[in-house]
Design a protein around this ligand. Structure first.
Ligand SMILES: [Zn+2]
Length: 91
């Protein structure tokens, strides 16, 4: 009889240990899923900021590169990337 009680107690202890390990793993799993969300939200905010700061790009009439519209040099009704390209003859 004492053997049966011993084995029952052992089985309950093993079940209890397994359940506590599973709960621990679930908590860790939930934390792993919660923690990356906060930096991801920060990245989304940074992305939104980058979009807000994005500037219109123009293409140089001489060399064809794209540059920010704030740096444009206009000459003869066309947009150039630099004064050098704007003053080139035939550009
Ligand atoms: Zn150019």
């Amino acid at each position: 009889m004492s053997r049966i009680i011993f084995w029952l107690a052992l089985v309950f202890l093993v079940i209890f240990a397994i359940r506590s390990k599973i709960r621990e793993a679930q908590k860790r799993h939930q934390q792993q899923f919660r923690e990356p969300r906060q930096p991801a939200a920060g990245q989304a905010a940074a992305g939104a900021r980058a979009v807000a700061e994005a500037e219109t790009m123009l293409q140089c009439a001489h060399c064809g590169i794209f540059y920010p519209a704030s740096e444009t040099v206009q000459a003869r009704g066309r947009d150039y990337c630099s004064a050098a390209h704007a003053t080139l003859p035939g550009a």
